[in-house]
Design a protein around this ligand. Structure first.
Ligand code: C5P
Length: 233
C-alpha cells in the first residue's frame, strides 16, 4: 500500500540577501506570494498531500490572513521555525507520523515541476531517501580572500566531473528522517541528505531540474518571472 504523503515547506528564513522589506518567500511572483506558488505545485502533484508550513514566528498570523484574503484554500499545519534550517525541520517533524513519505522543500523554489515531485515520491516508496541533483556546469576555481582580492589556492583542485548541486524536494521515509533529526546539530548539516548521511544511511541521487532555482537575489526573481511566462503561468 502507498505510504501517506507529507510535505514540509521551509519558509522560516529571513531572506536578507533579497534586500526587500519582507522575507523573500512572501514576495509576489506573477501576482501571488512565492510561498503560495510553491505549495500549489505540491497540491497539483499529489492531491490530498498533507502540508506542514514552517514560518517565522511573527508571520504565522500574517500568512493565515493572506491565505484567507486570497482565497487560497489549503489545509496546512503552521509551525514556527527555529534558529537554523535544521531546527526548523526538527520542529516540523513533530507533525509528521512514522510510516509516511515526507518531502522537505524550500519555500523559495516555486519552479519545481509537479512531474519531478511525483517522480521523487514514487521512487522513495522503496528507498530511505531520494535526492534531486544537477551536474555542475561551470569551471570551478578554489580561491581565498586576501583583503579585497581573490587569489588562487595553488595545488587545490575542484573536479567538476564529480560535483553536483543538491536541490529540494528531498523525499524520505518519515521514520528514517525523524531518527536522523535526533542527532545533535552540526554546522555541516546544510540539507536533509547531509543529516541522513551522518546518521549512516545511504540515499539515492537522481537528476533534478536546472530551472528549480532557489530564489535568493533580485536577479533570481527576474529569472523566475521569465520562466513562468515561458510556461504560460
Ligand atoms: O537560508 P537558505 O536560503 O539556505 O534557506 C533555505 C530554506 O530554508 C528557505 O526556504 C528558508 O526560508 C528556510 N529556512 C527555515 N528556517 C531557518 C532558516 C531557513 O525554514 N531558520
Amino acid at each position: 500500500m502507498e505510504r501517506k504523503r507529507f510535505v514540509i515547506i521551509m519558509a522560516a528564513g529571513s531572506g536578507t540577501r533579497m534586500g526587500a522589506g519582507s522575507p523573500k518567500q512572501f514576495l509576489e511572483l506573477g501576482g501571488k506570494a512565492i510561498l503560495q506558488r510553491t505549495i500549489e505545485v505540491f497540491l497539483e502533484a499529489c492531491p490530498g498531500i498533507n502540508v506542514v508550513t514552517v514560518l517565522p514566528h511573527d508571520f504565522i498570523s500574517w500568512w493565515r490572513e493572506y491565505c484567507l484574503d486570497r482565497n487560497f484554500v489549503c489545509p496546512q499545519v503552521l509551525v514556527p521555525g527555529g534558529i537554523t534550517r535544521f531546527h526548523s525541520v526538527r520542529n516540523a517533524l513533530e507533525k509528521v507520523p512514522d510510516g509516511a513519505l515526507v518531502a522537505v522543500h524550500d519555500g523559495v523554489r516555486p519552479l519545481v515541476t509537479p512531474a519531478l515531485v511525483r517522480k521523487l515520491f514514487d521512487l522513495a516508496e522503496d528507498k530511505t531517501g531520494v535526492i534531486p541533483v544537477t551536474p555542475c556546469v561551470e569551471t570551478l576555481k578554489v580561491l581565498e580572500k586576501k583583503g579585497d582580492d581573490l587569489k588562487i589556492v595553488t595545488g587545490a583542485k575542484a573536479d567538476r566531473s564529480i560535483l553536483y548541486g543538491a536541490q529540494t524536494p528531498q523525499v524520505f521515509c518519515s521514520e528514517e528522517l525523524k531518527g536522523a533529526y535526533s542527532l545533535a546539530y552540526d554546522t555541516s548539516f546544510t540539507d536533509d541528505a547531509s543529516v541522513l548521511e551522518k546518521y549512516g544511511k545511504s540515499l539515492s541521487y537522481v537528476m533534478g531540474e536546472r530551472l528549480n532555482i532557489k530564489i535568493t537575489t533580485p536577479d533570481d526573481l527576474v529569472l523566475a518571472e521569465a520562466v513562468m511566462s515561458m510556461r504560460g503561468n
